[in-house]
Design a protein. Structure first.
Length: 168
């Protein structure tokens, strides 16, 4: 889900996150924001179910990778609504509260009742995925900022992940 491969006419492969971003922009333009939101919600639900399946298989590292994708889809579904109208700031504030208080907390809660080693493997993998995906970092900062764009939302997410590690 984070990478896309497309064959070109000269039988080469385009494989990068920018290709995925271009496909998303095209999809946003060709469909309504409501339809795009529904598609992203379905993608997030697939990720959510896969995380739970991986937990049942004690595969916490891969679940950490899919959790970042769940976060991504949970935010991306707001692409058609995030910057429209005079209520943009109120929309972002509500989204920020929902993302940190619900999405992040519920995701961390999936592995809270497992042994310490499994929980830490999950969180360390999730944190590594977040730290190594510039597109996700931008999405967090852009969708969840206050009056001016900065990296405060991303730093807060990292802080929440660090606190989860320290508290378990």
């Amino acid at each position: 889900m984070t990478k896309t491969s497309i064959f070109t006419r000269d039988k080469t492969i385009i494989k990068d996150g920018m290709t995925r971003r271009l496909l998303v922009i095209g999809l946003l333009r060709e469909t309504s924001p409501d339809n795009f939101q529904e598609l992203c919600s379905e993608a997030a639900q697939i990720c959510w179910e896969y995380i739970h399946e991986l937990k049942s298989k004690n595969n916490s590292a891969v679940a950490g990778t899919w959790s970042m994708q769940y976060f991504f889809q949970s935010l991306q579904k707001h692409a058609g609504f995030i910057h429209f109208g005079p209520n943009s700031l109120a929309y972002r504030q509500e989204l920020r509260n929902d993302f940190f208080d619900k999405t992040v907390e519920e995701t961390l809660g999936i592995f809270r009742n497992t042994d310490r080693e499994q929980f830490h493997e999950f969180i360390y993998t999730l944190k590594s995925e977040v730290e190594n995906d510039w597109e996700f970092q931008f999405l967090v900062n852009y969708y969840l900022h206050n009056d001016e764009y900065n990296d405060t939302p991303y730093r807060y997410l990292i802080q929440k992940l660090d606190e989860a590690i320290q508290n378990n």
